[in-house]
Ligand binder design. Sequence first.
Ligand code: SF4
Length: 109
Amino acid sequence: MTTRRAFIRLCSSSGTVLAVSAWAQGTAPGAAQLPLLSEQDPQAQALGYVADAARVDKVRFPKYSAGQHCTGCQLYQALPPSSSAPCALFPGKKVAAPGWCSAYVRRQA
Ligand code: SF4
């Protein structure tokens, strides 16, 4: 059985903490080279993704409320300021900071 202390020691010695931190900041190697998610992507369309939350279809997505955007979402994998970052829902792509989709989950403070 792995103790908490052993787990933390393992993570520290392997550099995992640094890698996860870099990933969370959107600075992981390769993150900058990821293409932006297209609104025409089938998964993006299914989730109502738009690169600018001002263009959300409020009839189709009544749960949207003003002020929601990717940078305020738990699935956005960088902290502001960033113009785009990977999103856990769209592997291999970056989403626009002012974007939005119906999977939005408010980031906890
Ligand atoms: S899940 Fe969150 S970060 Fe990803 S596209 Fe939707 S609103 Fe943006």
